[in-house]
Design a protein. Structure first.
Length: 280
């Protein structure tokens, strides 16, 4: 029997033979849906559920509800695979770079600056891109090799776009009109209604609710505990190449065909929905 695989918050990484869902689809094959409103599938309809770089964008109570939704749509014995930024690794790098920087190592000091951005900017930022985007705009990057080790292929593509090698796509007329209307409301209407302080509060609040900022971070202990609370069993660490999902390496969702890891700052964990087996 054909298995049903589900990819949540897929972005540009999706498979035509999977069910793919994202709030802002980049292809007609992707279902448009806000995962904060649940998963639009029937109970026990999926053999595998996969999502990376999604959970950290949810507040802690929302994350548990979302994982319970993942459990609901999975068949007994199905596998959930989650990828999130690795708080433990970031903290170990922070302590290492801190010690070296304090001892006068200039290269370590530059790496320390980046790790601080990974640790705090993605959580605390109040504008799109935050200080991290400003850092990546530097040409050349003061510690390019280290930064690329952390941000991976998608990050490298962003840096190249910032340097002008990626030509921006033109926007359709209706989108330009919508943006002009939004700019008018932001610049003229909101200040009159709320005042300058109110405008600042409005702008920060709108950004914080946009879904870009991280609202929590996880390590191997806290994620395993959360998965158990959501109804899963046997949480198990994986890397980008390993999985209990049959044929995982043929899907190229966490790695490219040449084996390179797409997001090296993530760690991966899989868990099982109690009852049955994916091989049933």
């Amino acid at each position: 029997m054909k298995k049903t695989y589900l990819n949540l918050g897929c972005g540009s990484r999706y498979r035509p033979d999977w069910i793919n869902i994202d709030i802002a689809p980049r292809d007609p094959a992707v279902i448009r849906h806000d995962l904060g409103r649940g998963i639009p599938l029937a109970d026990e309809s999926c053999d595998v559920v996969y999502h990376t770089a999604v959970l950290e964008h949810m507040r802690r109570p929302e994350a548990e509800i979302f994982l319970s939704e993942c459990c609901r749509v999975m068949k007994p014995g199905g596998i959930l695979r989650v990828g999130v930024p690795d708080l433990e690794k970031i903290c170990r790098l922070y302590l290492s770079k801190l010690s070296a920087a304090a001892d006068g190592d200039e290269a370590a000091a530059r790496d320390y600056d980046w790790i601080m951005l990974e640790l705090f900017d993605q959580v605390a930022r109040e504008r799109s891109g935050g200080d991290m985007l400003d850092y990546l705009r530097q040409e050349p990057l003061p510690n390019e090799e280290f930064v690329y080790e952390r941000i991976g292929i998608e990050g490298e593509e962003l840096v190249q776009a910032l340097r002008g090698s990626g030509a921006p796509q033109s926007n359709p007329p209706f989108l330009r009109r919508l943006r002009r209307i939004a700019a008018f409301v932001k610049e003229r209407v909101v200040p009159r209604l709320l005042g300058e302080k109110g405008r600042r509060i409005y702008e920060i609040g709108r950004f914080r609710l946009s879904g870009e900022a991280h609202h929590w971070m996880y390590d191997r202990y806290s994620l395993a505990r959360l998965l158990r609370l959501a109804g899963f069993r046997e949480p198990q660490l994986q890397d980008a190449h390993t999985s209990r999902i049959p044929g995982w390496n043929s899907f190229h969702l966490d790695t490219l065909p040449d084996g390179r890891v797409i997001k090296p700052d993530l760690f991966f964990m899989e868990a099982i929905k109690p009852g049955g087996s994916i091989d049933d």
